[in-house]
Design a protein around this ligand. Sequence first.
Ligand code: GMT
Length: 374
Amino acid sequence: MKIGITCYPTYGGSGVVATELGIELAARGYDVHFISYAVPVRMSSVSDRIHFHEVEVMNYPLFDHPPYTLALATKMYNVAVNESLDLLHVHYAIPHSVSAYLARAMLKPRRLPFVTTLHGTDITLVGTDRSYLPITRFSIEESDAVTAISDYLRNVTRAELEVQKAVQVIPNFVNCDVFQPADGECRRDDFATADERILAHLSNFRPVKRVPDVIDVFALVRREIPAKLLMIGDGPERTVAEWLVRDKGLSRDVIFLGKQNQVQDLLNCADVLLLPSEIESFGLAALEGMASGVPAVCSRVGGLPEVIRDGVDGFLVTPHDVHAMAARALEILTDPAKREAMGRAARQQALDNFCSEKIIPLYEQLYRQVLENE
Ligand code: GMT
């Protein structure tokens, strides 16, 4: 089967999931064609089954806003013709599902079905903005199949967008062979001394992640125990986070690592992951930490309760409550037996429910259904 995958190629979770899906599908014998404006950041595997097609957007002084949606639709059409694609799978509704809709229409009478996977902010922020709502709803209804990455997101899509189309929940996944608990390979010594605990935060540093809360939580933890904080990622909130760190006199204890591709080598150095997001439809970073044997302390929002069992393999805390979050982090950090037990439970939760082997067949089955429906 030949599949065209479109995603944002940046460090956001939807691009990571789309890229890992493509890599997993290629390993199972599918031909995968990524179609986007840049090579997806996690597209590190080299395989003769993985291809990349760059969308170039022609600019012209008349275009205040270059029409990426149209350039993408044209590239989808061209790749479908030249590579005989069987279907398109787009990640993040806006604008990818609109482009796929156009490509499918252009290709008629040949059929080119498309699957749309909803990831979160495409619905919770963008889709519910009145200016985008009608076209988001339209492109979801027009998709040949729609998936959402959590029950929470499926319910929001139904309620807020009044979508009639069936939305299948296919949760996010992690490669449990790549994300593993540390086995002596971890670079822990690079960051901390033996008596220091390590906290980590991984995100795209957007306002929705509440990055300043991460610093506030760490400051409270640091008052009690020796510790280091690894800040993995980059984005608009980094400047304010750096300022807060300086203001609180924490510069020696907080390490900003920027965008990283091999996050598995960093996450398993940590004792706790902090994810104080305002909203999180799934929380891929929490899952990657869990597969690495690291319990997460997260906001009790969105799809996170579907991933983390509160008190078993992590903690769920009222959003904005940095004191509660620090107390939960300290509970783990000051009790080695608890840290060990929760880390083991977190790894088990990932193994039982979210490893590639469990989730990829759900996508394969969906593709077959979509093609059979033709
Ligand atoms: O987290 C972000 O802001 C990026 C966003 C994206 O679309 O890349 O992430 C969303 O998709 C991820 C992968 O499915 C989920 O793990 C995140 O929870 C979701 N983010 C939000 O809902 C805020």
